[in-house]
Design a protein. Structure first.
Length: 92
């Protein structure tokens, strides 16, 4: 699975990401603002503190992070089956 190597906040709760396989682009996270733990982004300057955590998570401090795999799939439009070859998503 590709790992994130750069993250930059953009206006309107958009995030620019670059992964180690060369994929880069923007994801829109505005639908999360104000929901549960994402209430923190409503405070001025919090969203802009984005970093890449120790295990590759896209993080805002120690208590708020997003899965880099999910963001990669959102960015590329690929399904879990495409990103994780051999993974079965059905419950047969």
């Amino acid at each position: 699975m590709p790992r994130p190597i750069a993250a930059r906040p953009l206006p309107n709760y958009r995030l620019w990401l670059r992964y180690d396989d060369g994929v880069e682009g923007e994801v829109d996270l505005s639908d999360l603002v104000g929901c549960g733990v994402f209430e923190a982004w409503s405070r001025p300057g919090v969203f802009e503190t984005v970093t890449i955590g120790d295990h590759g998570a896209i993080a805002w401090g120690e208590d708020l992070d997003l899965c880099p795999d999910a963001l990669y799939m959102q960015l590329t439009g690929k399904s879990a089956a495409e990103v994780f070859p051999g993974h079965r998503s059905d419950h047969a």
